[in-house]
Design a protein around this ligand. Structure first.
Ligand SMILES: Nc1ncnc2c1ncn2[C@@H]1O[C@H](COP(=O)(O)OP(=O)(O)O)[C@@H](O)[C@H]1O
Ligand SMILES: [Mg+2]
Length: 286
């Protein structure tokens, strides 16, 4: 795994969770899930539709408050009441819908909600934005990440899907100081654009930031991930290394055809319920 070379002491997770639970009425979206992200790694989170991946990520990024369980940042228990709390801990998230402002330009989107004011009275009293400073900084960040956008004053709605994804990822990379989380960043992209986003993820890791990547795409996962968290029916059912497991094995874990046995080896499950789609909350006492 990247980032642990030459270290004897067991590393502490940057971000972890124990026994998280989140219910929506009768649906238990997170059903006692654990989570661990180690320093410097790309951790893929994989699972069926409805397995609870997005809910888990929302709990870790403050967008959803869990009913039970504990989240820790660098080993210290935290409580996120909203995304700003997670941001304050250096956790930046690229949500599936990107949350960009289409009519605004690239630089404004990069600084969305964190606009810089002009120095002195102009900024403090007259609230004037430091547009030039933000554009220069946007150009630097996008350049560093290898995202080709012609002009920082170009409206985001005129960009290609890959460029937009690049802006959303760049924003997370620019402001994330501890963790960058991405929910299905390549789901809507073509082959070339996906390759660029994967490349970006690699560069973020190279800068020392661990990345959580939620993805359905097994080739992408096996290309970029250091470890794979398999999510099924609301919880982590396996944590595997792509170097030690095949794509078929991981798919088996996702569908429930395989499970991790008591000895840590994979075993076949007979009569597996092969879906994460239909399921009611714990007990279903009716
Ligand atoms: N806000 C919500 N209200 C009600 N049910 C929800 C809500 N968010 C998620 N769920 C349900 O929780 C389960 C897990 O959803 P989600 O976390 O989006 O899974 P995934 O991202 O793995 O597809 C699904 O059954 C989904 O319908
Ligand atoms: Mg999802």
């Amino acid at each position: 795994m990247t980032g642990v070379d030459g270290r004897d002491a067991p590393l502490e997770p940057v971000l972890s969770a124990r026994a998280l639970v989140k219910r929506f009425g009768r649906v238990t979206a997170i059903d006692g899930s654990d989570f661990d992200l180690m320093p410097g790694e790309v951790l893929a989170v994989v699972g069926d539709n409805g397995a609870g991946k997005s809910s888990l990520i929302k709990a870790l990024s403050g967008a959803l408050v869990p009913d039970e369980g504990e989240i820790r940042v660098d080993g210290r228990p935290v409580r996120f009441h909203g995304p700003l709390d997670a941001r304050r801990h250096g956790i930046e998230t690229v949500y599936q819908d990107l949350a960009l402002a289409p009519a605004q330009d690239v630089a404004s989107n990069l600084f969305l909600g964190r606009e810089r004011r002009r120095p002195g009275v102009l900024g403090r009293v007259f609230r004037l934005l430091d547009t030039r400073g933000m554009r220069a900084e946007a150009e630097r960040v996008l350049g560093e990440l290898g995202i080709g956008v012609r002009s920082m004053s170009q409206p985001v709605e005129t960009l290609s899907g890959g460029q937009r994804q690049g802006v959303a990822v760049a924003r997370a990379a620019a402001f994330g100081t501890r963790v960058v989380i991405m929910d299905e960043p390549t789901a809507a992209l073509g082959v070339a654009e996906s390759a660029k986003v994967l490349d970006l993820i690699g560069r973020i890791r190279d800068r020392g930031l661990p990345v959580v990547l939620i993805s359905h795409n097994m080739p992408h996962v096996f290309e970029i991930a250091d470890r794979i968290h398999v999510h099924r029916l609301g919880r982590r059912v396996a944590l595997v290394s792509p170097a030690e497991r095949t794509m078929n094995e991981v798919v088996g874990l996702i569908t429930g055809a395989l499970r991790v046995g008591a000895d840590g080896e994979l075993e076949e499950v007979r009569d597996a319920v092969r879906t994460g789609l239909t399921r009611t909350g714990g007990g279903t006492a009716e």
